[in-house]
Design a protein around this ligand. Structure first.
Ligand code: ASP
Length: 326
């Protein structure tokens, strides 16, 4: 009797495997969710929505962006790690994927163990901006004003490990003072408060700041890249302001839960590669001061290798700064 049951079990298991590989071949047969671990309307959301629209054309299925903000992106990424490994939930995250393992004492996911890697997406520069009526006229005045008034100035960010937080940390250490930080679920809502004058300044990606800078709704003082940006030729770099070696560029990657079947992964990688070449994506990214990565970086191998290198790069920097979160 036990033998009979075992055979039945084995047959059922075999049928299950066959069914799931048939499902993987047919994938996708229903809408896909792309988790963005920050609030709607911010820079990660903007990148994700462009890529999702182009992937959706390729996959012939809706790709819905779901914003799960909080704790520098770690809440949304944890949700993405625990989602069923069937290709129907994927996650977009940025450089914060590489800093979270060192910054957070307790992290419920492991970036190197809990994911399959779809590919890199874009490298986005940042800008140092302030509310429109912030007194300093240029970068030189901005740097001395922040140093003199740091005890009363408020700096908006998207939580520990967000790019806006990392840029703020580097900036504090470069100018040798700290200021009051105000965390949001994303820099989309932070930007609303900056526009309303409730916070003083912020370092955020061009994908969120370009239109506000161009419309004169915020004051821009500098870019975080070593070279000036084509979209803002008049904005100096922080290095020109005397902050030696200051550089932050925010890389983004696309992830699926560990164990997602290979045929599904192959389709997701092809869909990303399609999106990276899509003329609408290229134009939109270009207008926002960035570009899709070249195709050879939009691969699982490139993302895995970059993530690992970045975890190793940031670990000693964060340990030296001694900044941790629970
Ligand atoms: N990615 C942004 C940051 O790291 C937050 C956001 O997308 O809203 O600051």
């Amino acid at each position: 009797m036990r033998g009979y049951k075992a055979i039945l079990g084995a047959v059922a298991l075999g049928l299950g495997v066959l069914a799931s590989s048939a499902n993987a071949q047919e994938y996708p047969t229903k809408p896909i969710t792309m988790i963005v671990p920050f609030a709607a309307g911010g820079p990660t959301d903007t990148v994700a929505r462009s890529i999702a629209a182009a992937m959706q054309d390729y996959l012939k299925q809706t790709v819905v962006v779901e914003n799960v903000g909080g704790a520098g992106g770690t809440i949304g990424v944890a949700r993405g790690a625990r989602a069923p490994a069937d290709g129907y939930t994927i996650t977009m995250h940025h450089i914060g994927m590489s800093t979270a393992p060192t910054l957070y004492r307790k992290l419920s996911f492991d970036p190197l163990k809990d994911f399959e890697y779809i590919g890199l997406v874009a490298d986005v520069p940042m800008t140092m901006i302030a509310r429109a009526d912030f007194p300093p006229k240029d970068l030189k005045e901005f740097l001395s004003y922040v140093k003199e008034n740091h005890k009363k100035l408020t700096y908006a960010n998207a939580g520990v490990g967000a790019a806006s937080h990392l840029c703020g940390l580097l900036f504090m250490s470069a100018i040798g003072v700290d200021f009051i930080t105000v965390p949001y679920k994303g820099t989309g809502p932070a930007m609303n408060d900056l526009l309303g004058g409730q916070v003083d300044f912020m370092c955020d990606q061009t994908t969120n700041t370009t239109s506000q800078i161009k419309a004169g709704k915020v004051k821009a003082y500098a870019v975080t890249t070593p070279q000036r940006l084509a979209n803002f030729p008049d904005l100096p770099t922080l290095q020109e302001g005397g902050l030696k070696d200051f550089e932050v560029t925010v890389w983004h990657g696309l992830y699926a839960p560990k164990g997602t079947p290979k045929p599904v992964m192959d389709k997701l990688v092809k869909a990303l590669q399609h999106a990276l070449q899509d003329p609408t994506v290229k134009q939109r990214f270009n207008d926002l001061g960035t570009a899709p990565v070249p195709l050879e970086r939009g691969t699982p191998e490139a993302l895995r290798a970059h993530l690992e290198a970045e975890i190793n790069k940031w670990r000693p920097i964060i340990q030296a700064a001694g900044t941790y979160a629970d």
